[in-house]
Design a protein around this ligand. Sequence first.
Ligand SMILES: [Ca+2]
Length: 242
Amino acid sequence: MKQFKFTLAAMSLGTALSMAVSTALAAGVSNGDFAGGLAGWTKAGNVAVDTTSQFGSPPAGFGAQAVLGTADTAGFLFGGSAVAAATLESFVGLGAGALSGMGATVGSGLSTDFTAAAGERLIFSWKFMSNDPPGTPADDTAYVVLDKTTVIKLTSVNSAAFVGGSASPLFDETAYLTFSSAPLTAGSHSVSLGVFDGFDALGASALAVTDVHLAPVPEPASGLMLLLGGSLLLGLAKRRSP
Ligand SMILES: [Ca+2]
């Protein structure tokens, strides 16, 4: 009986602590589902919000996706033009050569700033679409850059897991996938998403993105409580055993 009461007390304390933690973390990425168009975001190149599933449906529960394109998407994307790699590098806040060194010729980008609590992760849903055939040097690439530093490759023509068709005007696409960053430090951060033409500016590729948000920190408070409860229970059990 004593054991049961203690467990209950530990659990409710844990719940109360984790609720307090969750409330303190309410902040994050504004308009990460693009329901408000591109409000809160800045763009370079050919970027627009698709609310009519022109590029296939966004994940369940979402009505909009931002779509970024390479040079040859100008005809069927939203009428913008991709920008030169050097322009894209300075838009992202990267040094010269950071993208062109990966083969970028032209591309498009989308950025926003946000505030994170310590340990939160940046999460978003994305898919890559392309007309470029795999196996050529034209390795169009989709990427994400956190805090204007490291370029993290999401995928490229030669490494993408294509599904063998596309609901978009492009030939092929990946499934909608999830990106999750490493835990962030508390304070201000930036994220820049992008897609570029590799090697030449022929053969269209595009990146669709939605559900950009911060994942709550795994709750150390309740974890600690469970651990504490567990070891005390273990202590009780030990004391009982002969
Ligand atoms: Ca291309």
